[in-house]
Design a protein around this ligand. Structure first.
Ligand code: ATP
Length: 448
């Protein structure tokens, strides 16, 4: 039976199995900061890899970039973040807690009932000082989005890549926002990772490209296993649009706490390149040789959060089922995202089994992210692998010593097939790429 994942269960699974830990936990944790553990780091890497492949490697009209977190402060004046990246806040006169004005009903503090101040604008960029002197002139900001690193390099990339428009520039990296109301686990944090694409197009073609990217990005989540019914697209109302946006769509996901933004796809028009042209004095227009025209390109920006995507993939994959009278928790993660692809499990720590199991592990670990586990009962080891979403377990038993065959167990159907060790890589590779587990495979026999 499918169980709707609740946040507490996900947080607890993440802690128990090494996906995500509270940051600085031995000091009591730091509000809204989280660390990815040995299993979580693999999941996060896979999410980024899937995005990079779909956006950069499998297309010929997008190139990648990796820019610095700290940028010239004038970038943020040009981009509008110094003036407009603000939220209206109210402060409690008694306990001094600050609240987002739109999140508080009435005039009393939700915590202590104290009187609230009038709303004041609060800038969400983190500030620090560059160099040894802490003075106004040495203020730098931690970037609140990776996009500006792309805009200021537009000319460098166009010149060096020798590509024509439409051209996308993609970047994955950390962003920082001093959010007033972080929370819901890794949904909203003050330090997070962005996956952003700035897709530069000829003005007039921007509407079509916006539609195109909304569809592409929606399909990306579906291809990676998110159920369609848990996704929806919502267009921003005129009053919601960010200061740079002409139009914007959110892809929303039905998170455990309800529908919320997973990714935003905005039409930024020529806002950013125009602003940087003005503020830097450098003409960032593009010469379109085919049209014989010079113009400032328009930009379509699909902007997704790595951490928010990780949460969506976890929530969507989470399930509790009953198997032979016992409850099991399982993550039905897409094999590409699964942190561990194969677990090698000798039936026991018997001295005859272990060398063969180690041999199998050695064969597999250079091709697949492979786990080796010989502790506790085989049932418990299966449960552990189910909980971290490992698609296949390979079991070595006493018969394996005789016939050099091993059993592969499928996480989702629990079906088992027996395969000669020499064909294991080929069989696993085919299964991980989506070959049906029960299809009569070339080298395998079905186990009852
Ligand atoms: P929200 O309205 O949820 O604060 P936003 O509209 O400000 O998000 P964008 O600036 O469009 O967010 O950023 C694009 C994506 O980056 C979001 O859809 C989300 O996945 C991610 N993101 C933004 N802010 C955070 C955050 N504080 N923590 C984690 N992910 C974030």
């Amino acid at each position: 039976m499918a169980a709707k994942a609740d946040m507490e269960k996900i947080v607890s699974l993440c802690k128990r199995r090494g996906f995500i830990f509270p940051s600085s936990e031995i000091y009591g944790g730091l509000s809204s900061c989280w660390d990815y553990g040995p299993i979580g780091v693999e999941l996060k890497r896979n999410v980024k890899e899937a995005w990079w492949r779909a956006i950069v490697l499998e297309r010929d009209d997008v190139v990648g970039l990796d820019t610095a977190i700290m940028m010239h402060p004038r970038v943020w004046a040009a981009s509008g973040h110094i003036d407009s990246f603000t939220d209206p806040l109210v402060e409690c006169k008694s306990c001094h807690l600050r609240w987002r004005a739109d999140a508080v009903e009435g005039t009393k503090c939700p915590k202590c009932g104290g009187e609230l101040t009038e709303p004041r604008m609060f800038n969400m960029m983190f500030k620090t000082f560059m160099g040894p002197v802490e003075e106004e002139a040495s203020i730098v900001y931690l970037r609140p989005e990776t996009a500006q690193g792309i805009f200021v390099n537009f000319e460098n990339v166009v010149t060096t890549s020798r590509k024509k428009l439409p051209l996308g520039i993609a970047q994955i990296g950390k962003s920082f926002r001093n959010e007033i109301t972080p929370g819901n686990f890794i949904f909203r944090t003050r330090e997070f990772e962005h996956m952003e694409l700035e897709f530069f197009v000829k003005p007039g073609t921007d509407k079509d490209w916006l539609d195109y990217w909304v569809k592409e990005r929606f399909e990306w989540y579906v291809k990676l296993g998110i159920k369609k019914e848990n996704l929806r697209v919502r267009q921003h109302g005129k009053d919601e649009l960010a200061h740079y946006a002409k139009d914007c769509y959110d892809i929303e996901y039905l998170f455990p706490m309800g529908w919320a933004e997973l990714e935003g796809i905005a039409n930024r028009g020529d806002f950013d390149l125009t602003q940087h042209s003005k503020h830097s004095g450098k003409d960032l227009s593009y010469y379109d040789a085919e049209a014989g025209q010079k113009y400032i390109p328009y930009v379509i920006e699909p902007s997704a959060g790595v951490d928010r995507s990780v949460l969506a993939f976890l929530a969507d994959a989470y399930d509790e089922e009953e198997v032979q009278g016992e409850k099991r928790t399982v993550l039905h993660l897409h094999p590409f995202l699964a942190p561990i692809k194969v677990a090698v499990l000798p039936l026991s720590r018997n001295e005859k089994l272990v060398p063969l199991a180690k041999e199998v592990f050695k064969r597999l670990c250079s091709t697949f992210v492979t786990d080796y586990d010989d502790s506790q009962s085989i049932g418990r080891r299966y449960r552990r692998q189910d909980e971290i979403g490992t698609p296949y377990c390979v079991t070595i038993d006493f018969e394996s010593l005789e016939d050099r065959q091993v059993t592969i167990r499928d996480r989702d159907t629990l079906a088992q097939i027996r395969v000669p060790i020499e064909h294991l890589e080929k069989v696993l590779e085919a299964k991980l790429k989506g070959e049906a587990f029960d299809a009569s495979p070339l080298w395998a026999t079905r186990q009852k």
